[in-house]
Design a protein around this ligand. Structure first.
Ligand SMILES: *Cc1c(COP(=O)(O)O)cnc(C)c1O
Length: 400
């Protein structure tokens, strides 16, 4: 019998041994309030209709499921379908979650939004929906990230957000998250913390997954229609915190469909050279949740590296840790070099420049397709590559 996977974590937010809520006492009340609000509204016709309308009119859903004929022919094996989240407003799947959380913030009467961002993509999506809802927006960002991502800092400011630099530790995402948590502890009466991936203390991993689940719901229907009622053989998605991957996977968990999540293999297997939590990490607690984490022998959080900023984080979402231990989803990693090569391949064969994050999934499809004749793959193209043009250009000097 097929084990049933679809559902929710337990009341404490635990996915098996993972997840939960490892948060300071002061944050229990706002987390409970978010959880209660979400459960109260999520299945009401009003909430469902409003989010469906925002998806359709504002962010551009449903996104197409595109058969990549030239890529498939070139690889000479599996038929590869691309779920085009790259076509959404702001260029990636992150907007799905931000629109949902903005509705929850409004429901709770909160007029101020805070968020943290690493590369700036979640900050831009948060600033975007804050403008749309007429809410004040403050984005915390490590000062080193602000320097590296000056264009996204400008975008957020153009959208009316305040960007606050964080000068502590490595001056990157981890410190920005801590600062956002500190803000929230003293501001939650008026402020919603908009967390950007399927991570953090309960109920965030559940809420973010549910708002991203639309990816797989659409893809499943679209695939069934395109293939006379058959299901795909394999789903492929990149895994940073894990929101786009769980968004694609979740609706298929009870089907007999294989799934693979692709982490950032960076440029080596030593600690500090990658962000492959499942091959290099061990279970632990980071920023409110229990999951696989990259840490050194003393339990200090390791530095991570990836050419794609969105995959460059020391922890992975707890639901993925659970699915991995159950053997329901397989996880692998892809090197910086293979991801860059995959950007090239997809650009030339299909006229689609993928985000470097998404290119990790493309690279896995390129690896597997030749020996998978007769199979169909559905690959989540989580974002478009415009944001990465600077990095791509540095890495492809032959193109000028
Ligand atoms: C942020 C980002 C990711 C990684 O985040 P997940 O929560 O793992 O989905 C992947 N792709 C793109 C395009 C992103 O912007």
């Amino acid at each position: 019998m097929l084990q049933t996977f679809v559902g929710s974590p337990d009341a404490l937010g635990r996915f098996g041994d993972y997840g939960g809520r490892y948060a300071p006492e002061i944050l229990v009340a706002p987390l409970d309030s978010l959880d209660a609000t979400y459960r109260e509204v999520k299945d009401t016709p009003g909430f469902q209709a409003e989010i469906a309308e925002l998806f359709r009119q504002y962010s551009g859903r449903p996104t197409p499921l595109f058969y990549a004929r030239r890529l498939s022919d070139h690889l000479g094996g599996a038929d590869i379908y691309l779920k085009r989240e790259d076509l959404l407003h702001t260029g990636a799947h992150k907007i799905n979650n931000c629109l949902g959380q903005a509705l929850l913030a409004r429901q709770m009467g909160k007029r101020r939004i805070i968020a943290e961002t690493g590369a700036g993509q979640h900050g831009v999506a948060t600033a975007t929906v804050s403008a749309l809802f007429g809410m004040d927006c403050v984005v915390y960002m490590g000062s080193e990230d602000m320097r590296r991502q000056a264009l996204n800092v400008f975008r957020m400011r153009l959208l009316g957000a305040e960007v606050v630099g964080v000068d502590a530790g490595s001056c990157t995402l981890k410190e920005a998250i801590s600062e956002a948590m500190r803000d929230w502890a003293s501001s939650f009466e008026t402020t919603h913390y908009m967390l950007g991936s399927a991570l953090g203390p309960h109920p965030y991993p559940l809420i973010v997954r549910d708002f991203q689940r639309v990816i797989g719901v659409e893809a499943r229907e679209q695939f069934l229609e395109a293939s006379d009622g058959a299901l795909p053989d394999l789903l492929i998605a990149c895994v940073g915190g894990g929101s786009n991957a769980i968004g694609l996977f979740h609706r298929f968990l009870d089907d007999s469909v294989a799934m693979v999540g692709v982490e950032a293999g960076g440029h080596g297997t030593a600690l500090g050279e990658h962000a492959a939590r499942f091959s290099g990490g061990i279970p632990g607690v980071l920023q409110g949740t229990k999951s696989y984490i990259l840490q050194d022998e003393d339990g200090q959080i390791a530095l991570t590296h990836s050419v794609s900023a969105g995959l460059d984080y020391a922890a992975v979402g707890p639901e993925h840790a659970w699915l991995r231990d159950l053997g329901r989803v397989q996880y692998t990693s892809c090197s910086d070099g293979d991801a860059l090569a995959a950007v090239n391949t997809l650009s030339r064969l299909e006229g689609i420049i993928p985000a470097l994050e998404s290119a990790h999934a493309v690279a896995e499809a390129i690896k597997r397709a030749p020996s998978a004749t007769g199979q169909s793959f559905v690959l989540n193209l989580s974002g478009r590559g415009d944001k990465d043009i600077g990095i791509l250009r540095e890495n492809m000097p032959e193109l000028g």
